[in-house]
Design a protein around this ligand. Structure first.
Ligand code: 0O2
Ligand code: 0O2
Length: 209
């Protein structure tokens, strides 16, 4: 397998998606609206991780393109839980790719405590050999969910996927704390929005007829 040739379209997809999602954020900023996007990152899965996942799942090179859905991955991180669904909705209304699958680990967390909204898309990318449809995974999560997932990912790496029970229990408690943090922040968000609405009503009331 020539990995550089195989991965080239995936690199193209990650780069294009990052430009598009960062563009959405910029547009919100120009229009002085709260941006549901805090920041965007992306990566092509390293070949060692692809090979390891293929072995673990018994995936052959012939099937890797359709079986491994996260070779191209972009991550959208937002401030509030509500923003996740705003972004998901916006992605539904786009015409430049097709949504293949959605996994709502926000309302239905994984056993580990992991929370995120995953959207698998089929993205048409232009290559020197013509159009090619490539699968990509868009992960949407809050800053708190991202903080938790980043730390859990590091521990998984440290313990080669075999995190000791006591550490796992701590991680679950940390996930609950992150969930509560998101809930508290959402309440503050509502308060800010209510205050804004009240202010706007007052302003309108003061307008000359
Ligand atoms: P700005 O103006 O800082 O918002 P790149 O190709 O460099 O644009 P890449 O390779 O994905 O993007 O880089 P990386 O390091 O993954 O980060 C992408 C963007 O996310 C960068 O912003 C980082 O500043 C931002 N970022 C990463 N981690 C965090 C974080 O924990 N908190 C916040 N607030 N931002 C983070 P840009 O693209 O430089 O734009
Ligand atoms: P990376 O590049 O290290 O992030 P599987 O990977 O078999 O568990 P599946 O069916 O491929 O799962 O898809 P799923 O469960 O939607 O998860 C895919 C990606 O979501 C993972 O990619 C992680 O990025 C993230 N993820 C899922 N569960 C967890 C979790 O418990 N903790 C953390 N930190 N991240 C999670 P990879 O393959 O791990 O790759």
């Amino acid at each position: 397998m020539d990995w550089e040739v195989f991965l080239a379209p995936y690199t193209q997809v990650v780069d294009e998606l990052k430009v598009k999602l960062k563009g959405m954020r910029a547009q919100f900023e120009y229009e002085l609206e709260h941006s549901p996007i805090e920041f965007v990152t992306g990566r092509v899965k390293p070949r060692t991780s692809i090979i390891e996942k293929m072995k673990r799942r018994g995936i052959t090179p012939a099937d890797v393109e359709k079986e491994l859905q996260d070779i191209a991955g972009v991550r959208v991180v937002c401030q509030f839980v509500d923003d996740i669904y705003v972004i998901a909705n916006m992605l539904h209304n786009r015409h430049d790719f097709e949504i293949i699958e959605e996994k709502d680990y926000v309302s239905d967390k994984k056993d580990s405590g992991y929370r995120s909204y995953h959207i698998i898309i089929s993205y048409p990318v232009e290559t020197i050999h013509g159009k090619k449809k490539v699968l990509a995974e868009i992960q949407i999560r809050t800053l708190a969910m991202n903080f938790w997932a980043t730390n859990e990912h590091s521990l998984n790496y440290k313990y080669s996927g075999q995190i000791p029970g006591e550490v796992k229990a701590r991680l679950k408690r940390a996930a609950e704390a992150a969930f509560r943090l998101d809930e508290e922040m959402s309440k503050i968000k509502n308060e800010i929005q209510d205050a804004k609405k009240a202010f706007n009503r007052k302003e309108q009331g003061n307008q000359p007829e």
